[in-house]
Design a protein around this ligand. Structure first.
Ligand SMILES: *Cc1c(COP(=O)(O)O)cnc(C)c1O
Length: 428
């Protein structure tokens, strides 16, 4: 790699990491396996910028894969975490912070009558599925190709980004039985879903969907798709789960439900909800949520669930978003100008590009054709994306290191960073 001399410390740190950690990373997509080259080791971050071990700076378009919607080191969030750190890290008892956080989420998100906190999006989705099965007494569920719902066994079927990046079709270690009740349909293909309902009428416990998909790149729901799922679920006594781990508190304070005006029965959260600390959550209708232990018999638990430090970061982050909803307007504007700037820059180079964007989620597909589902994302020009990625990295712009990932814009990114990003394309 031509610029690797700029990142010598990262090279050494990666070599060392590989001696103790599989592939040198604790989550596969952090490795640069798909784009080639070696990952950059970060040391600190501030606002819109990341700083690596060699002291290079980068405009950050990953924002920890979504959580840092306010940018890095927002002073109010930092202060809240410091204050809590001085009181206690963890009790394993209930705290007022959890109720405060629950009330805050309820005040922002429709259809959340009760909510339970966990420590990751994976846990949230896994628990929501178990709950939907326990509530309905049915086993099967429908998910969409290219949607990711964490790495619990039943979900790792046609599961988008991470797996697509590494071309993993079936996952060793998952017994056939664990995925036996997983039905898959194409994103935006309502007729495919109707066919599954016709075939498995009384057996479908849940439909789980990313209301705006972010794990096959950003793919938007077409008009009528989510509304159609809502109707089918209501008609079949099936729980509609919106996986808002990515979209929650990002597309709007009320997430995709608010932005797109469609109602879910259960909603899962992660990423933004913890403001960078490990928080996940699932919530929904009281009647369903009360099936959870200790009220009901659907067991679910967590030693560090509702952890005070994590709640402090979450409360601070969500409060800022709640009290400054113009942030969403600003994010939308910044990201739209990024989208049009990217489009113009590539057009003037004669490179066909499709840019999918909603709010502060955006992705660039090198293709002449619209991208509405995983199949269409998969046939875009991946080698060109990889070249684009490395060019931008060398220009100090940090994009997700895989074509099948959404970028996440933060409120710390201003017109100056957008301009610098667009300019960087000209030398590609
Ligand atoms: C990131 C993500 C998850 C998994 O969350 P983790 O915190 O990584 O376990 C689940 N669903 C969606 C839509 C996600 O984007």
């Amino acid at each position: 790699m031509k610029m690797s001399s700029k990142r010598q410390k990262s090279e050494v740190l990666f070599a060392n990491a590989k001696l103790s950690i599989p592939g040198g990373v604790n989550s596969p997509v952090r490795a640069f396996k798909s784009v080639g080259g070696n990952p950059v080791f970060m040391e600190r971050a501030e606002g819109a910028y990341l700083y690596d071990a060699d002291g290079n700076s980068y405009i950050d378009y990953i924002n920890s894969w979504g959580p840092m919607i306010l940018g890095h080191n927002h002073p109010t969030v930092v202060e809240a975490v410091k204050l809590q750190a001085e009181k206690a890290f963890s009790f394993g008892t209930p705290t007022q912070l959890e109720t405060e956080m629950a009330e805050l989420v309820k005040s922002l998100v429709q259809n959340v009558e009760l909510i339970r906190f966990v420590s990751s999006g994976t846990e949230a989705c896994m628990s929501a599925l178990r709950l939907a099965r326990g509530y309905t007494g049915k086993n099967k569920f429908i998910k969409f190709e290219g949607c990711y719902h964490g790495h619990a066994d039943p979900f790792l079927v046609k599961a988008g980004s991470g797996l697509a990046t590494f071309d993993i079709q079936t996952v060793p270690g998952i017994p056939a039985g664990a995925a036996m009740d997983t039905l898959t349909a194409k994103y935006n293909d309502l007729e495919g879903v109707m066919a599954l309902f016709a075939q498995y009428k009384e057996d479908i416990a849940a439909v789980i969907v990313e209301p705006v998909a972010g794990n096959m790149g950003c793919v938007l729901p077409e008009r009528g798709f989510l509304e159609g799922l809502r109707k089918l679920c209501t008609a079949h006594h099936t729980v509609l789960i919106f996986d808002e781990v990515m979209t929650g508190f990002r597309l709007a304070a009320g997430g995709a439900q608010e932005k797109l005006n469609v109602q879910a029965d259960l909603i899962t959260f992660g990423k933004v909800i913890g403001g960078g600390l490990p928080v996940g959550a699932f919530g929904g209708k009281k009647e369903i949520m009360e099936c959870l232990a200790p009220v009901g018999k659907v067991y679910q638990a967590g030693t560090l669930s509702g952890n005070p430090l994590a709640m402090a970061a979450g409360i601070a982050t969500l409060s800022i978003l709640k009290n400054n909803t113009f942030i969403y307007h600003q994010l939308e504007q910044t990201t739209s100008s990024l989208a049009s700037g990217l489009k113009n820059a590539f057009s003037s180079k004669g490179i066909p590009v499709v840019i999918n964007q909603l709010g502060s989620m955006i992705s660039v597909f090198f293709s002449e054709h619209p991208v509405r589902n995983f199949e269409e994302a998969a046939v875009t020009d991946i080698p060109l994306f990889n070249r684009f990625f490395h060019h931008m990295l060398d220009q100090g712009i940090y994009l997700p290191p895989a074509a099948f990932e959404s970028w996440f814009v933060s409120a710390a990114i201003s017109d100056a960073e957008i301009e610098k990003t667009i300019q960087a394309i000209k030398t590609m």
